[in-house]
Design a protein around this ligand. Structure first.
Ligand code: MEV
Length: 305
């Protein structure tokens, strides 16, 4: 995203409201392996968080849907990024919170953008990423950085923790149905559980993470060629590996099966997994699947990458 698109207010302009948007994200292939340096294919979605800031005492108003621990993390994250900027910030979101769609990263990016606008100097993706990383550190400890990088760039990317991030241009629209399969344990807990299993059986887990990295790179090539059948197959294989590593659950598996029975070319959990969270399904045309899931009371929506 260009500096112009991020925008910047001159300090004299910070008399009225500043607003900025941070999109949510979905991981198409490669969650968890990303933490161990493997490539991950992730895309920004149309839903996200909007931050509004007005001159006033430096504070952020926690959205009512946050749990007390999430609201405390938000206050710490804001304090880490804002310093004494003299802005009162509020946020609104159309992104389900805590289900693996990058809500904390979207919030960090939206808030970072208003803070940077208030400084009145030109800025770009690099500055947004750096400031959002400070906030994400408070929410997630030591994240791979894929969530806030995807949100800051606002596009489909092949991300690597250490190494250049590449934009991935889709030859055909990648139409994804996102379905929520219930609340889940926090990302920190799921990542820590996996770290323990990896420390117990390091060679096997290194092989599995390596294989997921290969799937992500193959998926980026399939997207570039417009080969949706191959992308779908890669997603389902990735779900199988995540299941094998103890990251899925009955609810997530049932939703994956449901998506497949509704005609998905591939389906998998997305984000940290655990007991609940979000499942994604790839469809040539998702209209019928969306209708049927909605009729069954499933919270779902489409996003095109
Ligand atoms: C969370 O969206 C993705 C994880 O891979 C954690 C991370 O990359 O920091 C589970």
């Amino acid at each position: 995203m260009s500096r112009a698109r991020n925008g910047a207010a001159s300090s004299s302009e910070v008399r009225s409201e500043l607003t900025a948007f941070g999109p949510g994200k979905i991981i198409v292939i490669g969650e968890h392996a990303a933490v161990y340096g493997m490539p991950v294919l992730a895309g920004a979605i149309q839903r996200g968080v909007t931050a509004r800031a007005v001159p006033g005492p430096t504070r952020i108003q926690a959205p009512p849907e946050l749990t007390p621990p999430q609201a405390e993390a938000l206050q710490r994250a804001f304090a880490a990024a804002a310093g004494d900027v003299g802005l009162s910030v509020s946020v609104t979101s159309d992104l389900p919170v805590g289900v693996g769609l990058g809500s904390s990263a979207a919030l960090s990016v939206a808030v970072s953008r208003v803070l940077l606008q208030a400084r009145g100097k030109p800025f770009g993706v690099k500055e947004v990423r750096e400031l959002a990383a400070k906030m994400e550190g408070e929410f997630h400890g030591t994240p791979s950085g894929v969530d806030h990088t995807t949100s800051a760039r606002g596009e489909l990317i092949l991300y690597r923790k250490e190494g250049p991030t590449k934009a991935v241009k889709a030859k055909k629209p990648v139409r994804i149905v996102v379905a929520i399969a219930g609340v889940r344990t926090p990302t920190k807990t799921t990542v820590a559980g996996l770290r323990e299993r990896r420390m117990t059986w390091p060679k096997r887990y290194a092989r599995l993470f390596g294989e997921i990295g290969v799937l992500a790179a193959e998926a980026a090539r399939a997207v570039t060629r417009g080969d949706l059948a191959e992308l779908g197959d890669l997603m389902t294989v990735n779900h199988g590996l995540l299941w094998g590593m103890g990251l899925s659950s009955e609810r997530l598996d049932a939703m994956v099966r449901r998506m497949r029975s509704l005609g998905a070319l591939g389906a998998k959990l997305t984000g940290a997994g655990g007991d609940g969270g979000a499942v994604i399904g790839l469809f040539e045309d998702p209209s019928d699947a969306l209708k049927r899931l909605t009729a069954d009371g499933v919270q779902c929506f489409e996003s095109t990458l």
